[in-house]
Design a protein around this ligand. Structure first.
Ligand code: COI
Length: 356
């Protein structure tokens, strides 16, 4: 049985680094706030969590995660509303997904109440770091890794779970050019495509690098068996508006169940827009584009939120899509999401969880 000592040992730092940090010119994921939450799993039990100064980690060269990638993570955000209050967006959904990732990677579940308390406390302590301005947020990175000093292949006995925060602005600076990937695969049936483990991302680096050399930002991943159906785009879920229907690949075990994905579908249904979650073939998307019925395409994820796709590269050439204007369905859904996060619209689904 997993036991926990939930009370967090809080050790605030003396002097914040914020005064010497440029919050105006942030590069995504390169700036870190003052504190980190950590909790270790030792002898079958989670130990007392601590929040203390963000600092480097020293580890043995034999630490298990460095060899066999037994590691998982989450990406989530906290936003400042117009009253200056900072709230997490759907943290319970990230917590549940992290624990599904943990189960698939033979790692211990994290007690949900301790996880949520840790998130709220950490965000409250570093709330001054939320930048001002459109797209500004705290990007929160919970992660867990195997920390046994052992290079035999087995699930680790010990783990470290930690949460740190990056103040961020936008992720992509421009509409995306994506390339259909018909050779390499991101995920396969029975694999780990539906969870957030480090290996999924490492395996995508080489094919993405090849696409970047050809002038694309990212890949449009297709299924591993036939390369016939579209699955994701880069590190995001993907949506198409085909003849007015907001369409996205159904979650079949190889696709990450994105929280932004789910929120977009919900908001589209709320506003009466037709939606479809189903298999989406490459052929169909190319045919819709040719017939002028592909109204828009975009990626959706925590880091990027909504990233319009401007061009799709395929064997026969490049399809150019019109840049979505402010009155396009894509931008309207993005604005609905933003209004909830900034407290300008009613939070009907109870998505925002106050931290400060
Ligand atoms: C996210 O959108 O949170 C992701 O997981 C993408 C990330 C790897 C930066």
């Amino acid at each position: 049985m997993i036991t926990t000592e939930p009370r967090i040992d809080i050790q605030p730092i003396g002097t914040s680094r914020i005064a010497t940090t440029d919050l105006e010119n942030l590069k995504f994921g390169r700036v870190f706030t003052d504190h980190i939450f950590t909790m270790d799993f030792v002898d079958g039990a989670w130990q007392r969590p601590v929040i203390r100064a963000y600092e480097d980690v020293a580890m043995s060269p034999a630490t298990l995660v460095l060899h066999y990638a037994q590691t998982i993570f989450e990406g989530m955000k906290a936003y400042k509303n117009e009253r200056g209050e900072v709230s997490l967006f759907r943290p319970q959904a990230n917590i549940a997904r992290m624990n599904r990732s943990a189960a698939r990677m033979a790692m211990p579940a994290i007690p949900e109440d301790v996880f949520l308390d840790g998130l709220k406390e950490l965000v409250k302590m570093d709330a001054a770091w939320v930048p001002d301005g459109k797209d500004a947020a705290l990007y929160i990175r919970p992660f867990m890794y195997a920390d046994d000093e052992y290079i035999g292949v087995k699930p680790s006995d010990g783990y470290r779970f930690a949460i740190f925060i990056c103040p961020v602005r936008g992720y992509y600076q421009e509409p995306l050019r994506v390339k259909l990937e018909l050779e390499y695969s991101r995920a396969f049936p029975g694999g780990t495509g539906a969870i957030k483990c480090g290996g999924n991302y490492a395996g995508g680096l080489y094919p993405s690098m090849l696409a970047q050399k050809q002038g694309f930002h990212q890949l449009l991943w297709t299924d591993a068996m036939e390369h016939k159906y579209i699955e994701e785009s880069g590190t995001m879920n993907v949506f198409f508006i085909i003849d007015g229907v907001l369409t996205t690949p159904s979650l079949d075990g190889t696709i990450l169940p994105g929280i932004t994905r789910d929120s977009i579908l919900q908001l589209a249904r709320d506003k009466g827009m037709p939606t479809a979650e189903r298999k989406v073939s490459v052929e169909e998307v190319l045919a819709a584009a040719k017939a002028g019925k592909l109204n828009a395409a975009f990626g959706a994820g925590t880091a990027a939120t909504i990233a319009p796709i401007q061009a799709i590269g395929h064997a026969g050439g490049v399809i150019d899509l019109p840049e979505p204007g402010a009155d396009s369905e894509v931008m309207k859904i993005g604005a609905m999401l933003d209004d909830i996060r900034r407290g300008r619209a009613e939070d009907k689904h109870g998505w925002m969880v106050r931290a400060s």
